[in-house]
Ligand binder design. Sequence first.
Ligand SMILES: C[S@@+](CC[C@H](N)C(=O)[O-])C[C@H]1O[C@@H](n2cnc3c(N)ncnc32)[C@H](O)[C@@H]1O
Length: 321
Amino acid sequence: MTHAPSPRNRSLRLDDADRDRLAPLLAGAAILGGGTDPIAWPEAEDRVIQGDCLAVLPRLPRASFDLLVADPPYNLAKDFGAERGRRMDDEAYEAYTGAWLDAALPLLKPDASVYVFGDWRGSSALYRALSRRLVVRNKIVWEREKGRAAAANWKSAHEEIWFATTSETWRFDTAAVRQRRLVRAPYRDEAGRPKDWVEDEAGRYRDTAASNIWTDLTVPYWSMPENTPHPTQKPEKLLAKLLLASVAPGGRILDPFLGSGTSAVVAKKLGRRFVGVELDAEHCLHALRRLELAGTEPRIQGYEDGVFWERNSSPRRGPTR
Ligand SMILES: C[S@@+](CC[C@H](N)C(=O)[O-])C[C@H]1O[C@@H](n2cnc3c(N)ncnc32)[C@H](O)[C@@H]1O
């Protein structure tokens, strides 16, 4: 028996009309992704290219990107459609990471930044591969709410993002990624004025510098319009932090493992440019549909009025207590 989707289910679904409209775009991308000729500007600009990044990246213009954001298959046995992940030993995962990094790094500008996603298992291999090629600056840990309980272990509830730069010069806009925190202990000075916090219709809060522990994210799920069938889709809010901190408006982002298109969608919403490469045709179609929708819906859930709000709070909802 099949169940009708709940009326509150706002996940993205492609219908026949979407496929008819988007398939020619994807065919164009497949041609871009399929040959061996160089792909120049402006042909490459804001493109979703279907193909294997190891084959596509060497064809893209060199020294052109301000940011590499890479969410490769984690070192797990997982089915991504066109690509079936298998668990490698740490040395093999480090070599795999080195191979795609070596294809991507020549495309970066001399003052570019790099973010690479992973989980705790792949952490040491990612660190070794990155530190051999780049200056590693930090590791962000973000709380991933979803996750199976473990029978005889701590439930895994976080993922990681390594932050590195190509040189000693890089962009970092702290003011653009301020975190709005609700004030639980509203201290006042002797005159009764709020100490380092404000109060308005949104509640009592302070805007703080973003740290390397992120607890304000929600992994896309069925009631969120950004949700697609992709098995490891990242939240738009997460990508918004990376892009706002590390790429100026108009700057260019490279994503060699585009998946459902989150980095490209966020780039479009925030006025940055992008090139994304993805192996699986179905994921590319979802990315293209999300890019269409981003033209009319520029909002990013959880990022409003230029600040990142705590989970389940916003100017419209007010704070949750
Ligand atoms: C972890 S997912 C990325 C999810 C993405 N950040 C999102 O928000 O949807 C990794 C993606 O890399 C793709 N992939 C794996 N190997 C690839 C390759 N060699 N070239 C291009 N894409 C690849 C997979 O199909 C999968 O969609």
